[in-house]
Ligand binder design. Structure first.
Ligand SMILES: Cc1ncc(COP(=O)(O)O)c(C=O)c1O
Length: 388
């Protein structure tokens, strides 16, 4: 009854584990969950106030498919201020979360076995959406020896005449890796003279702790032309439930194509969210962002220290995002079983590396309070000692 296309789509493992741990919690079990990909903070008051004002001002009707002009202006302002990038309103479109941005982008550009290069470990959604759109996933495996970053040589070797796109996630989910300007420049050199697009997912930009965040499109004119920048507010200002994402691209025809798809599928994103998002983009929430970032740095440092004290586990200090990607290879390569038994025996939820295309690791989100982090890692230590 169902299409092959939908049958080939896997459910998100991260969402499945998060849902399972929520169900176990509801049954009264003392679950400590480190699986969710969302900040534990509330949405900043200034953003909530903007939303309430939007309701009272009757901004409750359909809007332009790509977003109200004030919002697109705020996005262009953010890209200029933070990233040194110039985009006109017709080079920007807003979507129902960055996941939706990616769906529209891939729908508009990928078909008939077009190859999409995805560095692994990758965010779970990319390969599924690429396959759904008829593309072929070409993985480049990375590990902690290169800080989970691809090298120009690896990229060169992965390119074929059918390569359509390279996806980069900076900072990375699940590893927190951040490419430096020099590293991006080296990647850009490999792409010069090709028709390969870069989908640059910059969702965790504001959560860059060490080093400088550099937007792919800002590397050179050539990169500006070939890069589609994807960003949103879910992670930076704790707006996961509001559903807001956007895309900026030099190619106005591409933006127009995704707008056409959106006009026939979801139409404009929630009108209230649009006005709230302006306050998340224009600097009004900067103090809140700084507060959250400070808390994340403290949690990261504590979690890294505690994990590295456990015999058999090791982790690199992530430069960004709010995840540790913990290496278990000394004790096991089978992290699916590791994560399942950890949940069964110690009521601790983490996401196995298999979900990100890289077994032998698990992802631990530190978007939760310090006490929970300490208790959770204590249970992980007991689990490792008792079982390996
Ligand atoms: C790397 C990355 N990109 C995009 C998203 C999608 O975010 P949203 O759809 O909430 O804007 C996520 C969420 O987990 C993510 O980790």
């Amino acid at each position: 009854m169902m299409t092959n296309r939908i049958n080939s789509l896997s459910e998100s493992i991260t969402i499945a584990i998060t849902t399972l741990s929520q169900e176990l919690k509801a049954e009264g079990k003392d679950i400590l969950s480190f699986s969710a990909g969302e900040p534990d903070f509330g949405t900043p008051q200034v953003i909530k106030d903007a939303a309430i004002k939007a309701i009272n001002d009757e901004h409750t009707k359909y809007t332009a498919v790509d977003g109200v002009p004030a919002l697109k202006k705020a996005i262009a302002g953010k890209l200029k201020r933070d990233n040194g990038l110039t985009y006109e309103p017709n080079q920007i479109i807003t979507n129902n979360g960055a996941k939706h941005t990616l769906f529209n982008l891939f729908s508009a550009t990928i078909e008939n076995g077009a190859e999409v290069i995805i560095p692994a470990p990758y965010w779970v959604t990319y390969p599924e959406l690429v396959k759904y759109c008829g593309g072929k996933v070409v993985e480049i495996q990375t590990d902690d020896t290169t800080g989970f970053k691809i090298t120009p040589e690896q990229l060169k070797a992965a390119i074929t005449p059918k390569t359509k796109m390279l996806i980069l996630t900076i900072p990375s989910n699940p590893t927190g890796a951040v490419y430096s300007k020099d590293e991006l420049t080296a990647i850009a050199k490999v792409l010069e003279g090709t028709d390969i697009m870069v989908a640059s997912d910059e969702m965790y930009e504001k959560l860059t702790y060490d080093g400088e965040f550099v937007s792919c499109a800002s590397i050179s004119d050539d990169m500006y032309k070939r890069t589609v920048t994807i960003n949103g507010l879910s992670k930076s200002v704790a707006m996961t439930g509001w559903r807001f994402g956007y895309m900026a691209a030099a190619d106005t025809e591409l933006v127009k194509a995704t707008k056409k798809l959106q006009s026939q599928s979801t139409s404009n994103i929630n009108s209230i969210t649009q006005y709230a998002a302006i306050a998340g983009l224009d600097g009004s929430a900067d103090a809140d962002i700084a507060m959250m970032k400070k808390a994340f740095v403290q949690r990261r440092d504590e979690a890294v220290k505690l994990i590295n004290e456990i015999e058999g586990l090791s982790v690199l200090k992530p430069d960004g995002a709010f995840y540790l990607f913990v290496n278990t290879k000394e004790i096991t390569q089978d992290t699916l079983t590791f994560a399942k038994e950890l949940l069964d025996k110690k009521l601790v939820a983490v996401v196995p590396g298999e979900a990100f295309g890289t077994p032998g690791y698990f992802r631990l989100s530190f978007a939760t309070d310090l006490d929970t982090i300490r208790e959770g890692i204590k249970r992980i230590e007991e689990f490792v000692k008792e079982n390996y």
